[in-house]
Design a protein around this ligand. Structure first.
Ligand code: 5RP
Length: 251
């Protein structure tokens, strides 16, 4: 892939110390620079994507963007977009999307992603799979050597029916990588329920799971699985905001 680097501080000045949320906002605003009037846009979910949706709403309000149609990837983003007055539609009416902007939990050196720690992976994968361009926006803490490498969750959406059976199958599938499968709970200690009425089983891995396509196929062969959070070769561009500037990686 190609790579472009942009500095955030003028030459010879001391580097600016930015918070993680400021870096997320910088990546989000950069992505919105690629948006053109008349586009059908996939609207991502999470704290990084939220900045992009806010910015799109602001540009629409200022008349700097016109004729945008948003396709939200979650109920939360749908509510945010409605509050900003962004016209919305869905995949049934707009099966081809010009561009999506969304965050990620992990990005590997080949621009494969882990998504879904916010729980919206199924709708995100449907929408981003229908995009001509998928611009992923992250701060540099999301960069990993291999997927699962952050030690944080690799989410899998499963049907609630006998979820323990499905979780055990997932754990066994990756036992060589020291996998521990856990049901995700909400803040009240109840199972977290996705926008689609399903549960999330989070996989914690101690080692690389090897060939990602093989792993993906194996997960999807388990009958209780709806979708997993590995987004393989889907991002066309990844915008990374870090202390030293913005890096744009293209597939
Ligand atoms: C939600 C996602 C998010 O894009 C991902 O969790 C990143 O979130 P954030 O921008 O808040 O760090 O996949 O399902």
């Amino acid at each position: 892939y190609s790579m472009e680097a942009l500095s955030l501080s003028p030459p010879m000045s001391p580097p600016v110390i930015l918070t993680q949320d400021e870096l997320k906002k910088i990546a989000a605003y950069k992505a919105v620079e690629f948006v053109e009037s008349g586009m059908v846009l996939g609207l991502g979910t999470g704290s990084t994507a939220k900045h992009a949706v806010d910015r799109i709403g602001e540009l629409l309000r200022q008349g700097k963007l016109t004729n945008i149609i948003g396709i939200p990837t979650s109920k939360k983003t749908q509510e945010q977009a409605i509050s900003l007055g962004i016209p919305l539609s869905d995949l049934d009416s707009h099966p081809t999307i010009d561009m999506a902007i969304d965050g990620a939990d992990e990005v590997d050196p080949h621009l494969n992603l882990v998504k879904g720690r916010g729980g919206s992976l199924l709708r995100e994968k449907m929408v981003e799979g229908a995009c001509k361009k998928f611009v992923c926006i992250v701060d540099e803490s999301k960069l990993v050597k291999y997927l699962g490498g952050s030690g944080l969750a690799m989410p899998v959406e499963v049907v609630p029916f006998c979820w323990k059976f499905t979780a055990k199958k997932l754990q066994n599938l990756f036992r060589d990588s020291g996998c521990v499968a856990k049901l995700r709970n909400d803040c009240k200690g109840e199972p977290f329920v996705t926008d689609n009425g399903n549960y999330i089983v989070d996989l914690y891995l101690k080692k690389d799971i090897g060939d990602l396509q093989v792993a993906s196929d194996a997960i999807l062969r388990i009958a209780g699985v709806v979708e997993h959070g590995m987004f393989l070769a889907m991002a066309t561009t990844v915008i990374v905001a870090g202390e030293l500037g913005i890096t744009i990686k293209n597939k």
